[in-house]
Structures are given as structure tokens and as C-alpha cells.
Write a protein that binds this ligand. Structure first.
Ligand code: XMP
Length: 511
């Protein structure tokens, strides 16, 4: 079926190139981001149903500006140019792009020809989001102008016969009303796709792919409790059943009930062969007396790899290691070719002599799509929607010495916090919410007695990608419930404070 073929988004360096692929996927069409300089042979090998040329920061008239090979337009594949992509298309096909001195940045009025293919159903006048200095001033042969704005007489163009379309504005951003409809018109009407690419399809495709890759060899997967490794493991288990062994290293720095949930979900519910390594004491011993945050991270990371490796060596004939690599990791690493094993304690870097091939069933998916796949696979809601949790776990939320007693205090306080946040329906609205235990103690009074106990600090942030974050404006009554319950229920705590720092300059975690 035609829907197996992707729409390739050529990345000319736009801030929004990823967003174009996401918007197209939201309309149930597979879309992948690729470098703009793919060769004709590479493009043909991928057999795209359509091509989108993204925006980019350059001007097509600069000497070193990235250009488009005119041969692209002879492939018979529909092309949509966006912003810079429209200008590169116009230039490659013999049109003219000039600096008119009337650039547009931000919202602009838009007048469209309602009979243009992309603008079906759009009112003749609306608005759009622009970001350009140059404009197409002379159309290439065969094209007609289909929209205009105050700063761009040719704000869109089409050559219906050759299935070539272009817009100067950004249909992928929310500030262009009807923008995603335009992308859908391109994907469905112009490229002829059916719009049936769904998480269910991804599951079926990946299961086939995993079977083909793995054959009858054994597969190893490290579970962290996070959503990515969990979904990857379940997909592989669907594909090859008991050829998969999951190793779950419990380093003792997990939240309340977390280890039990992994064991219950994987070991009992899905019946995935699971090695549950109880390494709590080993980690606590290694961490005794260590207060420097970076040393804590290093100790935990290294010990994690050692433990994982010890377990892996006990299994015979393992040929593959599952990793929950996401599409955003693939894009960030700047290549679509095989990723290296990161020496990351969540995943477990393995020494070269084990010679494992990677199996990465989530490589084509964004985080929200991974969650959809998890739901489709019947994974518990709690696991699917889990907030990010750092590999070193509670150890970097306990300032200073990590002891069993202090772990218990933090774990208990954190459980109360999570319970209240969920009950108030705030859990999914927050990027992360957690408790921090500092080293200081302060004086309080409980009953008629003086106390000298720890405070708990509440950290709750909103964020898109953890690069920046803002402290969440939690309602006072929710904060009050959290504070009262933690002080009443958690022994060793007599005060609750709220962290109201954004990132930057703060970080999300305290260590
Ligand atoms: P910061 O504290 O740097 O954290 O603002 C940004 C995001 O990364 C997570 N984080 C980690 N995740 N291993 C991980 O897997 C780590 O060592 C680690 N340190 C921080 C943090 O929870 C936040 O989401």
C-alpha cells in the first residue's frame, strides 16, 4: 500500500523542520527528517511518496547557500517547498528570488486563491506566520501564484501538473490558521497517501522488522522503569517472545513502588523473562560517605554498567541489545545511520568484546508516539505517562550523604507528593515533580515537643524538552495538602519548602 512510503522533509536548517514532520505524522502519514544534501540515488532508494523542502536561515542568493538539484523535480515525486524551500525550488526551476526590502517577520495577512490545491476549504483572506527577507519575484515556468501577503506578492505557488507546490509562510506553526490542513492536503491529495499510519501500524511493522533482524538469536534489554526502554522491551517481546531477556538492575535509588511495578508488569503480567538484580546494598556501600554530586553520578553509572555486564555474561548466545533510542536522539546525533551505544547508565554500555548488535525499535518515533504505542500494547497508564526520572535516581535528590535512613525519608515524602499531584490532576501537566532532601535541619515544634529535623523541598516544573524549564504555579490548596501530609506522615521532616527557580539559571535536579 502507498502508505508504506514516507514523506521526506529535507532539513535546510530551519528551527521548525522537525515540527513539519511531526505535523504530518499527526495526520497519520509517516514523515521523516533527512539532510538536505541527500544524493538522487539516496532519495530514490528511500522511495518517498512526497518531499518537503524546509525553511532555513540562508538566502538563496548567497554564494554558499544550500541549493536543490533541479533533477529532484524530474523524479515525478510531489514536492512542497516551505519558506527557504520555496525559494530554493523557484531558483532551481528558473524563477527569480530577490531581496525586495520588504521582509516579513511574524503574523501577516494572507490572501489565497481558494481553488489552489493546498487551500481547499480555506477562506480567501486569513493570516499566516512569516519569516523572510527575500521573496519570489518571477515565477518559474508552469507555475501560478496562489497567495499573496503585504510583503510577498508571491506568498504561494503551484504547478498542479507536475505536483509542485510551495508556500512562503510556515504552515507547521500554530500561528498559521489552517496550516496543518495544508500539510494534509499535500500528503493526502497531492501525494495520494491514505493517512493510515498509526501506532498500530508501527507495532506491526516493527514486529516484522525485529523478527527479520534477530532471527533465532537471543536478545538482551536493560529496563530502567522509564517509558522508552519499557515500550522497546514489549515490542521486542511481542516479536520474538522468550528469546528476549530483560535485566532490571535495582540500584536502590528508585521511588516507592517502582521496582515492584516493573516486576509486576514485565515478570508477572507480560511474562517477559526478567532478571531482577537486587543490587541495593552494593550501591549503598559504594556511595557511603560520598557527597560530591559528580562523584555520585560517576559511581552509580559505572557500577550500573558493571552489574548489567555481569548479568549479561551469564546468558548464552546473546546477539542483540535493545535500546529505546528515539527519533529525537537520531536527529540530534545528526545521522540516520546506526547510533553508538551510549555509556549511559540507563541503557548499559557494554564492552566491545561482547559484540552486540543494536536493536532499536523506536528509532522512528517521537516521545508522544512512543506513549501511543505503549498504550496500544496495553501498558499501564502509570508507566506510559511516567515523568522523566534521572538514571542516578534519588541519590541526586539527596544532598550530601546517601544513607538508607535518608533514602527512606525522601522516598516516603516523594510518594506523598506524587499521590497529591496525581489526585489534583496535575501529574501530566508537569514535566517533572519531585521532592529533594537537603542536609540542613531546622527547629520546629510538634505536640509540645521541640523538633530538630530535615525540611523537604518540593520541585515541580513545566518544560518542553528539559533544556529550559519554569517552576510550576501549583495551586495553594494543593501545596497546603502536600505540606501538611508530608510533615504529619514522614518521620524526620518538620518543614516543607517550595523551589521557585527557573532553568536557567537553576537546573531541574538539585545535583
Ligand atoms: P537538569 O537537572 O540538568 O536535568 O536540568 C535535565 C533533565 O535531565 C534529567 N537528568 C538525568 N537523566 N541521567 C538521566 O537519565 C542523569 O544522570 C540525569 N541527570 C539529569 C533530569 O531529570 C531532567 O529531566
Amino acid at each position: 500500500m502507498a502508505d508504506d512510503r514516507p514523506i521526506l522533509v529535507f532539513d535546510f536548517g530551519a528551527q521548525y523542520a522537525q515540527l513539519i514532520a511531526r505535523r504530518i505524522r499527526e495526520r497519520s502519514v509517516l514523515s521523516e527528517l533527512v539532510p538536505h544534501d541527500l544524493t538522487m540515488a539516496e532519495i530514490t532508494a528511500r522511495n518517498p511518496a512526497g518531499i518537503v523542502l524546509s525553511g532555513g536561515p540562508a538566502s538563496v542568493n548567497e554564494p554558499d547557500a544550500p541549493s536543490v538539484d533541479p533533477a529532484l523535480f524530474d523524479l515525478g515525486v510531489p514536492v512542497l517547498g516551505i519558506c527557504y524551500g520555496m525559494q530554493a525550488m523557484a531558483q532551481a526551476l528558473g524563477g527569480t528570488v530577490s531581496g525586495t526590502g520588504a521582509g516579513e517577520f511574524g503574523k501577516a495577512e494572507l490572501t489565497v486563491q481558494p481553488d489552489a490545491v493546498l487551500f481547499t476549504g480555506l477562506s480567501p483572506t486569513s493570516s499566516c506566520w512569516m519569516s523572510h527577507n527575500d521573496s519570489v519575484t518571477i515565477l518559474p515556468d508552469g507555475f501560478r501564484a496562489t497567495a499573496s501577503s503585504p510583503g510577498a506578492p508571491v506568498a504561494a505557488m503551484e504547478d498542479v501538473a507536475r505536483r509542485l507546490h510551495a508556500v512562503q509562510f510556515h504552515p507547521e506553526v500554530v500561528h498559521t490558521p489552517g496550516g496543518t490542513d495544508m500539510l494534509e492536503r499535500f500528503a493526502i491529495d497531492v501525494c495520494g497517501l491514505a493517512g493510515t499510519w498509526t501506532p498500530r501500524r508501527v507495532i506491526d511493522e516493527q514486529i516484522e522488522r525485529i523478527r527479520a533482524q534477530v532471527g533465532d538469536r537471543r536478545v538482551l534489554c536493560g529496563l530502567s522503569g522509564g517509558v522508552d526502554s519499557a515500550v522497546a522491551a514489549l515490542l521486542v517481546h511481542r516479536a520474538v517472545g522468550d528469546q528476549l531477556t530483560c535485566v532490571f538492575v535495582d540500584h536502590g535509588m528508585l521511588r516507592e513502588g517502582e521496582a515492584e511495578q516493573v516486576v509486576e508488569t514485565f515478570g508477572h503480567h507480560y511474562k517477559v523473562p526478567l532478571v531482577h538484580v537486587q543490587a541495593q546494598e552494593r550501591f549503598l556501600t559504594l556511595l557511603a560517605g560520598v557527597t560530591d554530586p559528580e562523584r555520585k553520578r560517576k559511581i552509580i553509572g559505572e557500577a550500573f554498567i558493571r552489574v548489567f555486564e555481569e548479568e549479561a555474561r551469564k546468558l548464552d548466545d546473546v546477539g542483540f541489545l535493545v535500546q529505546g533510542t528515539l527519533y529525537s536522539d537520531v536527529i540530534e546525533s545528526g545521522s540516520n545511520t546506526a547510533a553508538k551505544i551510549k555509556s549511559h547508565h540507563n541503557v548499559g554500555g557494554l564492552p566491545d568484546d561482547m559484540d552486540l548488535e543494536l536493536c532499536e525499535p523506536l528509532r522512528l518515533l517521537f516521545k508522544d508516539e512512543v506513549r501511543q504505542v505503549g498504550s496500544e500494547l496495553g501498558m499501564p497508564e502509570r508507566m506510559v505517562w511516567r515523568q522523566p526520572f534521572p538514571g542516578p535516581g534519588l541519590a541526586i535528590r539527596i544532598i550530601g550523604d546517601v544513607t538508607e535512613e535518608r533514602l527512606n525519608i525522601l522516598r516516603h515524602a516523594d510518594a506523598v507528593l506524587q499521590e497529591e499531584i496525581r489526585a489534583a490532576d496535575w501529574y501530566r501537566r508537569l514535566w517533572q515533580s519531585f521532592a529533594v532532601l537537603p542536609t540542613i535541619r531546622s527547629v520546629g515544634v510538634m505536640g509540645d515537643a521541640r523538633t530538630y529535623d530535615y525540611p523537604i523541598i518540593i520541585r515541580a516544573v513545566t518544560s518542553e524538552d528539559a533544556m529550559t524549564a519554569d517552576w510550576a504555579r501549583l495551586p495553594y490548596d494543593l501545596l497546603e495538602r502536600i505540606s501538611t501530609r508530608i510533615i504529619n506522615e514522614v518521620d524526620g521532616v518538620n518543614r516543607v519548602a517550595l523551589d521557585i527557580s527557573s532553568k536557567p539559571p537553576g537546573t531541574i535536579e538539585w545535583e
